[in-house]
Design a protein around this ligand. Structure first.
Ligand code: NAD
Length: 518
């Protein structure tokens, strides 16, 4: 029951932009190559944050279904790992082509479920697409090492082999990019995969999986199970899952890191952030203000690399007024509107939390230069909108500084010297990204050398690395030791086997001493 090889109603609804049906479709799991309706007794509504319409319903997958997904992945592994690497690369080559062809449909789904503007949704897909393109060169990325003649007639070489069944657990804020950070690298290395999308916006993952299957990914290589904490815990505990890739909050990330490690799994856990932009008085005013607006308010501040904190050094503080004027001009509306600059935040609860943190800033003595809390968006009065908000005179002891706000709120601080600014940044517990705006090479170099953050931008506000490098959070922003994508991503999804071979004429004498390379 529920199992079929036809396109389930959810996928058909997606193709017709989800407007043709009165009942919200149920989001299917993907198990062993079939999109199947879950037999779950509970479902969660996926809600359009701009309208509150129920877009679809996502199941709390049953334990039997979860086990079936892992077992399908386990069954698919032996033949997939033995499939030539060139064939696996070609699946990715076709996959990237299909993503490009379906970009508009994917973007519309992302905007409908997540709220970001259509243009931003295209960026979300494109940054994931780049990882798929990168995976097309996996043979080179996965190459081993070889040293001939380590001893007489003896050579040693190492090969990178896949691990087996791997899993990925995703956040809501990049419904396409983050799943694409995970499974394309994992499966092209020869692993099979179980993906758990965010329960808030699972549509893009399902669409991407459908495209991956169309590109030639064999049944069982990629599986999808939906759900929340129970599904995540099942992933952490399952003995057949060898590695877990996680992106999301620190609460979930540290829990997963501890629980999955207790079962001997590899984990890469990308977590929260408080990214600072340091503004030196010699920076270009226009370019800097535009960068601060884009990186502070883009995606309604719901990016892990959002520049949510500005540290004005010396008299660059006088630029605050201009920043406020420009922020006021940004258009807040539903992401499908052509002139939208920022859309809603993900949920009513998120809006309440953000508004509470803004108020805490005011109560703690910060100055509210721009207040977006009471915005009403014509035509979308029920949406979870918050307009650009700017708090000034914030100090490190305030809750609005210590907490990741994850909304369209710029927290402004002051430092009397560059050294003081560096000190503020390094005392923050997070270390995802940091940017400096300056015309001084010496200052930029000092910043790069002294700041404890994974991604440094020099006159670049959101320095998310392209896939030939890795995404490299530090401190509380990352747990694990092998980062996402780039060389580290391939290392994460492979293990090394070292082979020592001897080919020489048969020795005539016997020695029981420990072999040495002489
Ligand atoms: P979240 O932690 O609430 O959810 C992420 C995933 O974990 C979801 O799939 C969810 O079902 C699961 N989950 C949530 N709570 C859980 C729990 N207690 N036990 C087990 N599983 C749980 O995160 P979110 O709100 O979806 O995403 C926003 C967060 O993600 C922000 O903190 C943001 O900075 C972070 N993020 C980080 C990066 C990065 O690369 N560092 C990228 C994107 C987002």
């Amino acid at each position: 029951q529920g199992k079929n090889n036809l396109r389930p109603r959810f996928l058909r609804c997606l193709s017709s932009t989800m407007s043709s049906s009165t009942q919200p479709p149920r989001v299917p799991n993907l198990i062993g190559g079939s999109f199947v309706d879950s037999q779950a007794s509970s479902h969660i509504d996926v809600i359009n944050p701009a309208t509150q319409e129920v877009v679809s319903q996502v199941p709390l997958t049953t334990n039997e279904e979860f086990k079936a997904a892992v077992s399908a992945a386990k069954k698919a592994f032996p033949s997939w790992r033995n499939t030539p690497i060139t064939t696996r690369q070609r699946v990715m080559l076709k996959f990237q082509e299909l993503i490009r062809k379906n970009m508009d449909k994917l973007a519309l789904n992302i905007t409908t479920e997540q709220g970001k503007t259509l243009k931003d949704a295209h960026g979300d897909i494109f940054r994931g697409l780049e990882v798929v393109e990168h995976a097309c060169g996996m043979a080179t990325l996965q190459m081993g090492e070889y040293v001939p003649n380590v001893s007489n007639g003896v050579d040693t070489y190492s090969v990178r082999e896949p691990l087996g069944v791997c899993a990925g657990i995703c956040p809501f804020n990049f419904p396409a990019m983050i799943p694409l950070w995970m499974f394309p690298i994992a499966v092209t290395c020869g692993n099979t995969f179980v993906l758990k999308p965010s329960e808030k916006d699972p549509g893009a993952s399902v669409m991407l999986a459908e495209l991956a299957m169309e590109a030639g990914l064999p049944n069982g290589v990629l599986n999808i199970v939906h759900g929340t904490n129970d599904t995540v815990n099942a992933i952490c505990d399952d003995d057949d899952i060898r590695a877990v890739s996680f992106v999301g909050s620190n609460t979930a990330g540290m829990h997963i890191y501890a629980r999955a490690a207790a079962k001997g799994k590899r984990i890469q856990s990308n977590m929260g952030a408080k990214n600072h932009g340091v503004v030196l008085p010699d920076a270009n005013v226009d370019a800097t203000l535009n960068a601060l607006l884009a990186a502070g308010f883009g995606a309604a501040g719901q990016r892990c690399m959002a520049l949510s904190t500005v540290v004005f050094v010396g008299n660059s503080k006088s630029w605050e007024d201009k920043l406020v004027e420009r922020a006021k001009a940004l258009k807040v509306t539903c992401g499908t509107e052509p002139d939208a600059d920022l859309g809603p935040v993900i949920s009513k609860q998120a809006k309440e939390r953000i508004c509470r943190l803004i108020q805490s800033g005011v109560d703690d003595g910060a100055k509210l230069l721009l207040d977006g809390r009471n915005i009403v968006v014509p035509g979308y009065e029920k949406g979870n909108f918050i307009g650009p908000t700017i708090l000034s005179g914030v100090t490190p002891d305030m809750e609005c500084y210590k907490e990741e706000i994850f909304g369209p709120v710029l927290v402004c601080m002051e430092a009397s010297s560059f050294d003081e600014a560096i000190d503020i940044l390094n005392r923050n517990k997070y270390g995802n990204g940091a940017a400096i705006f300056t015309a001084s090479g010496a200052a930029a170099r000092k910043f790069q050398m002294e700041i404890e953050a994974g991604q440094i931008g020099i006159n670049v506000p959101i320095p998310v690395p392209l896939p030939f490098f890795s995404f490299t959070g530090n401190k509380a922003s990352f747990a694990g030791d092998l980062n996402f994508y780039g060389k580290a991503g391939v290392d994460f999804f492979t293990q090394i086997k070292t082979v020592t071979q001897q080919w020489k004429d048969i020795p005539t004498s016997v020695s029981l001493a420990m072999p040495t390379s002489q």
